[in-house]
Design a protein around this ligand. Structure first.
Ligand SMILES: [Zn+2]
Length: 324
C-alpha cells in the first residue's frame, strides 16, 4: 500500500516535470513575460488609465517580416538571425518608447515541422531587447496560415498572445488587427465577426477618450497605393476593404501601418495614411532590409524607413515637426 502510494507520487511528480519541461520548450526565452503581454484584448505593459493622457513627443519603431526561414526555404535562418540581431542593436541604442513587429515573425506556419525552431530563435533574438522597451508582436499570414482556423490562431495565441488587441501610449490609441481573417475569413468567420464588433467598440472608446491620434497596425496592407486599387495578393479584397476604410476615415484614424509586401509603399485614403513597411528579413524589391522610425507629436506624425546600415545614431524629438 505504502509502496504503491510512493510510486504513484513519483509518477505524478515525473508527469509534472515532463509537462513543465515541454511548456518551457514552447516559451524558451520568455522569462520576463515579454511575449505574453497581449492578453484580454490589451497589452499589459501599458496601463490604459495613465496612458490615455498626452505626455509629450516620443518615437517608436515599426518592423515587419522578420520571417525566419524565408532566405533558405525553411532550411536554416542564419541571415534572418544576423539581420534581427542588427535590428536589436539599433533598438537598444535608440531606446524607442516601444517596438512593434507587423507580422510574419517566422516563415513556417504552425503546422510546419520547422515552425517551433523558428519561433524559438525569434524569441531568443528579440529577448535581447532591453527589458524596459516593450515588444509588440502582430500576426501575419505565415503566423496563422493563409486560411486561418481556430486551431492555427490558438497556436499563435499560445506563443505570442492575442491576435487582435488595443493599447494606449501617451495619449495615442493603438489598434492591432488580425488581417489574415480580413484577407480570407472562410476558415474562421466567427473570428472576423468578433474582431469587427471589438473594433467598433475600440474606435468609439478612442473618440470618447479624445485620443490625440489613432494608429492601426496589421500585417496586410489595406491597399498599396490607391484605396480603390484592384484586389491582388498583397492587399485586402475590396469587398471587405471598402467598408473598413469608410469606418477608419469616419473614426479619424491617422495612419495604418502594415508589412507583408517586403518593400515600402505609400498611399492615402482621405486624410489617413496607408504605410507599408519593408522587411527586417528578405527584401523582394529595391528597399534593403530595415525598419521604420515613427515620431509622434501632439498634432502630427513623421515616419521614415531606414536600411539596416543607414539607421541614425539617435533620434532628436525637438526637431520642428512638419505641418500636420
Ligand atoms: Zn505576409
Amino acid at each position: 500500500m505504502q509502496t504503491h502510494q510512493i510510486l504513484s507520487g513519483l509518477l505524478a511528480a515525473a508527469t509534472i516535470l515532463v509537462s513543465s519541461a515541454s511548456q518551457a520548450d514552447d516559451l524558451p526565452a520568455d522569462t520576463n513575460g515579454r511575449f505574453t503581454q497581449a492578453r484580454s484584448r490589451t497589452f499589459r505593459t501599458f496601463d490604459t488609465r495613465t496612458q490615455q493622457t498626452w505626455q509629450g513627443p516620443y518615437f517608436f519603431l515599426q518592423l515587419a517580416d522578420t520571417q525566419y526561414g524565408m532566405f533558405t526555404g525553411n532550411k536554416g535562418f542564419e541571415k534572418e538571425v544576423a539581420l534581427s540581431q542588427q535590428a536589436v542593436e539599433h533598438i537598444n541604442r535608440l531606446r524607442p518608447r516601444y517596438v512593434i513587429v507587423c507580422g510574419d515573425l517566422t516563415n513556417a506556419s504552425p503546422e510546419h515541422a520547422r515552425y517551433g525552431a523558428q519561433v524559438q530563435q525569434y524569441k531568443q533574438d528579440f529577448s535581447a531587447i532591453h527589458d524596459d522597451i516593450p515588444l509588440v508582436c502582430v500576426c501575419g499570414n505565415h503566423d496563422v496560415g493563409n486560411r486561418p482556423t481556430a486551431k492555427s490562431i490558438a497556436t499563435y495565441n499560445h506563443n505570442f498572445g492575442d491576435d487582435y488587441f488595443g493599447f494606449w501610449v501617451g495619449g495615442v490609441c493603438n489598434v492591432v488587427l488580425n488581417s489574415s481573417v480580413l484577407k480570407d475569413p472562410t476558415g474562421a468567420p466567427e473570428v472576423l465577426d468578433a474582431q469587427q464588433k471589438w473594433l467598433d467598440q475600440q474606435l468609439a472608446a478612442a473618440r470618447e477618450a479624445q485620443a490625440k491620434h489613432i494608429f492601426l497596425f496589421q500585417h496586410h496592407p489595406l491597399f498599396l497605393t490607391k484605396e480603390d486599387e484592384p484586389d491582388q495578393y498583397f492587399n485586402i479584397p475590396l469587398v471587405r476593404r471598402t467598408p473598413l476604410l469608410e469606418q477608419l476615415k469616419q473614426a479619424d484614424v491617422r495612419a495604418v501601418f502594415a508589412g507583408h509586401y517586403h518593400r515600402n509603399a505609400y498611399g492615402r485614403a482621405g486624410a489617413m495614411e496607408m504605410v507599408t513597411t519593408g522587411p527586417v528579413g528578405r527584401p523582394l524589391g529595391k528597399d534593403p532590409s530595415g525598419f521604420r522610425i515613427v515620431t509622434v507629436h501632439e498634432t502630427s506624425i513623421q515616419h521614415q524607413y531606414y536600411g539596416m546600415d543607414d539607421v541614425p545614431e539617435k533620434i532628436n524629438l525637438t526637431e520642428t515637426p512638419n505641418a500636420p
